[in-house]
Design a binder for this molecule. Structure first.
Ligand SMILES: CC(C)(COP(=O)(O)OP(=O)(O)OC[C@H]1O[C@@H](n2cnc3c(N)ncnc32)[C@H](O)[C@@H]1OP(=O)(O)O)[C@@H](O)C(=O)NCCC(=O)NCCS
Length: 156
């Protein structure tokens, strides 16, 4: 398995994996899912590829996409907008590798922290980020699309 920066050859696979990874999640409503999935449409990926503040990494093995992380540089911090791995390949360390590459990138860009949000009932996501050393620093109730979120951070 290799962690790579997103290139055009993976656009279709990323868009597809985003759909299957996000649409079945029980933690979001229809609007939340549509909005998240739309960020991985090919046109959006094209924009992010040339944007200075966006950075997407993919986990690949023999041309198969195993996972993806979408990051946004934000005023000396790095926001992890989405991270997902193929449901057939969970608990194999692929998200951890994607996150480690993200942290390395954040350090290269002299960020002092990485942070993300998660739905307050997304137990897999909370378990993952807690294991990776993130701390829960805030709760946003009735926030994006009327849902409750935690904000998690890791100072790097
Ligand atoms: C959260 C998610 C990305 C984790 O991916 P993953 O590839 O299974 O995670 P990893 O195998 O790299 O796990 C890394 C560590 O987190 C722990 N972990 C991951 N998922 C866990 C779970 N559901 N319960 C408990 N611990 C978990 C692993 O045990 C591992 O710990 P270790 O290093 O001590 O062995 C994956 O469940 C997912 O894609 N969920 C759907 C999308 C989502 O909700 N994304 C987060 C919101 S942005």
């Amino acid at each position: 398995m290799e962690i790579k920066e997103l290139t055009k050859e993976y656009f279709d696979k990323v868009a597809h994996l985003a759909i299957i990874s996000i649409s079945d999640l029980p933690y979001y409503n229809h609007k939340g899912k549509s909005s998240s999935i739309s960020e991985f449409r090919i046109e959006k990926l094209e924009e992010k590829l040339v944007s200075e503040n966006d950075k997407i990494f993919v986990a690949v093995e023999e041309n198969n996409l195993l996972g993806c992380v979408r990051n946004v540089l934000d005023e000396d911090t790095l926001f992890i907008a989405w991270i997902f791995t193929d449901y057939r390949h969970r608990n194999k360390g692929f998200a951890k590798e994607l996150l480690n590459r993200t942290i390395e990138f954040a350090k290269e860009k002299t960020c002092h922290k990485v942070w993300c949000d998660t739905r307050t009932n997304n137990k897999e996501s909370i378990a993952f980020f807690t294991k990776m050393g993130f701390q829960n620093i805030a709760e946003l109730k009735n926030h994006w699309y009327g849902l409750d979120y935690y904000i998690l951070e890791k100072v790097i």
